[in-house]
Design a protein around this ligand. Structure first.
Ligand code: GLU
Length: 271
């Protein structure tokens, strides 16, 4: 009687472990289902936003997951996420990867695994021209940003007396600025510059040279999803080597774009 019970227990254990292993292997799962579901922003100019003509979500982040899907030989499906919803959506299994202006932080790394850095920027402020000369000009003011972002956390630390107002996305924060409901908007310079590039009356606003943090972006994957992380990192390094990564940067932020930025990074394997 004993032996069959033990055999059964061993069998169940193997099945359970097998189940866990395959659930965590997004690379195999994506190949099998033939589609990569990526969580992207849909109202963050430059990175993930709706193209007025095609009505499709386009941007720097989208082009990177497009390259990953192409290398996998699968279709790409884009699912809009916000700063606050992106990690829960990944953990719940509604998306396979996050490509949504997400900064790599040790705190987030407890919940998700990050790819190597594929974009690098820093947190700044956008305000009416001439209104901000130093950080002190911002303290005690109403500052707009997005819920669930590092921008929100960094601003609280850098401006302890300011009222930090968190919106669902940065377009809404910009609207609040234009309506005079906040004194400034704070987030990554790359996002602020892209928002400003598209804003009507852009000449009335500026991004003063005040940086409160470094923001290296990583693609987010489920914790422990080793094969997938390795595949994505191989793809990124390959894209850097063959010039595709720089091409994508130039397409969205190069000299000919509405928002020229300096490419102050190269993608390198950091593990
Ligand atoms: N990169 C920052 C972050 O990951 C700000 C931009 C965003 O909210 O996505 O929180």
């Amino acid at each position: 009687m004993r032996r069959p019970v033990m055999l059964m227990a061993a069998f169940l254990l193997v099945v359970a472990l097998g189940g866990v292993a395959s659930a965590a292997d997004t690379l195999e799962a994506v190949k099998k289902k033939g589609v990569l579901v990526a969580g992207v922003k849909d109202s963050t100019p430059g990175f993930g936003f709706v193209d007025e003509k095609t009505r499709e979500i386009v941007g720097y982040d989208v082009d990177f997951v497009k390259a990953v899907a192409r290398k996998l030989g699968v279709r790409l499906e884009l699912k809009p996420v916000t700063s606050a919803s992106r990690i829960p959506e990944l953990i719940e299994g509604n998306i396979d990867i996050i490509a949504a202006t997400m900064t790599r932080t040790p705190e987030r790394a407890k919940q998700v695994d990050f790819s190597d850095t594929y974009f690098f920027t820093g947190q700044k402020f956008l305000a009416k021209k001439g209104s901000v000369r130093s950080l002190a000009d911002l303290d005690g003011k109403r500052i707009g940003t997005a819920k669930g972002s590092t921008s929100e956390q960094n601003a609280r630390k850098a401006l302890p007396r300011a009222a930090i107002l968190s919106f669902d996305d940065y377009s809404q924060a910009l609207l609040a600025l234009r309506q005079g409901k906040v004194f400034a908007v704070t987030t990554d310079e790359s996002i602020l510059a892209s928002l400003l590039g598209k804003a009507p009356n852009r000449d009335g606003y500026e991004i003063p040279d005040i940086q409160i943090s470094d923001e290296p972006y990583g693609l987010g994957m489920r914790k422990g999803d080793r094969n997938f992380v390795a595949f994505v990192n191989r793809t990124l390094v390959e894209m850097e080597k063959n010039g595709e990564a720089k091409k994508i940067f130039d397409k969205w932020f190069g000299p000919g774009s509405t928002t020229p930025l300096k490419r102050n990074f190269t993608i390198t394997a950091d593990r």
